[in-house]
Design a protein around this ligand. Structure first.
Ligand SMILES: NC(=O)c1ccc[n+]([C@@H]2O[C@H](COP(=O)([O-])OP(=O)(O)OC[C@H]3O[C@@H](n4cnc5c(N)ncnc54)[C@H](OP(=O)(O)O)[C@@H]3O)[C@@H](O)[C@H]2O)c1
Length: 263
């Protein structure tokens, strides 16, 4: 059982994924707040058996950790309300583009802050989460951060610049995979299999491919070659990737993500 008191500001997709992980890992003191969608707050409260509040500012001084899980553009206002009521809490944000320098600039001198970048697989305990601790984070606080991140999957400590650059790859790219999955599922359905079966086929294909990617024995180019024997059907398919300049498209996709997060 973990007794740290955690307040989560934001009750959307990412907050719920994190709460699910925290509850599974036996964090017992979790409170959630949002912008004002009362129906959503009540739903989260009953679904995950956590406390909720519409006045989070009044509860900050009771907490050990505050996790900010609202949109990047809401941070300016929320941090200005948080700063005057803080009493030494560790402040963590999950927002794209909101790095530790941003937080340290807006919170009282000496505040311990961290920037973490999970993805929605957190809901299944399968996130790969990147994190950067700020300069005032103690060893004990870093241990708390790692304990929280462990509850939602695997994690890696990196520097701020790396987090900016990798946000598109670990935070946003699941959507790219789902987008491709959707096309494959729709194509599979055209053969007459049901939606459920089509999803199972595609999900297991992605899971198996991920396992192969994780293997230390083979490099990624070899994995492609293994599937695509010269002159074979997969090689013909991959030549269409080249025809449509797939690598260039992916570079543009990642750049668009990076630029948006910088804004
Ligand atoms: N979704 C992802 O895959 C992903 C991955 C990595 C990081 N993130 C980061 O996670 C954060 C949340 O994303 P999300 O996908 O969970 O968004 P979301 O589903 O739209 O939820 C946003 C939540 O923030 C609350 N909120 C908005 N403004 C607020 C304010 N001023 N004060 C208090 N609460 C406020 C909303 O309140 P109401 O309930 O009242 O509307 C809502 O509960 C973002 O910063 C995003 O960059 C998301």
């Amino acid at each position: 059982m973990s007794n740290e008191k955690i307040l989560i500001v934001g009750a959307g997709r990412m907050a719920q994924a994190i709460i699910k992980g925290l509850k599974k890992a036996d964090f017992t003191n979790v409170m959630v707040a949002n912008k004002g969608n009362q129906e959503r707050l009540e739903e989260v409260e009953s679904r995950f058996n956590v406390d909720s509040t519409t006045q989070w500012q009044e509860h900050v001084s009771d907490q050990d950790i505050v996790i900010l899980a609202m949109p990047p553009e809401a941070h300016e206002q929320v941090l200005s309300e948080l700063a005057p009521v803080m009493t030494n809490q560790l402040i963590i944000t999950v927002a794209a583009g909101i790095d530790v320098s941003y937080l340290e600039k807006r919170l009282p001198e000496g505040t311990a802050v961290a920037w973490v970048m999970p993805n929605t697989a957190a809901a299944k305990g399968e996130s790969i989460t990147l994190f950067t601790p700020g300069k005032n984070v103690s060893d004990e606080q870093e241990y708390f951060i790692e304990k929280i991140l462990f509850s939602i999957g695997k994690f890696k400590k990196l520097n701020e610049q790396q987090l900016h650059a990798l946000t598109p790859i670990t935070g946003s790219a699941p959507a790219f995979i789902y987008r491709m999955a959707l096309t494959l599922i729709n194509k599979a359905k055209e053969t007459g299999v049901s939606e459920v079966v089509a999803k199972q086929l595609v999900a297991q294909m992605i899971r198996g491919s991920a396992e192969m990617l994780n293997s230390e024995l083979k490099c990624t180019a070899d994995l492609i070659d293994e599937v695509a024997s010269p002159g074979g059907v997969t090689a013909a398919a991959l030549s269409v990737f080249d025809q449509y300049q797939f690598d260039q498209m992916m570079n543009d996709v990642l750049t668009a993500c990076y630029e948006r997060a910088k804004q």
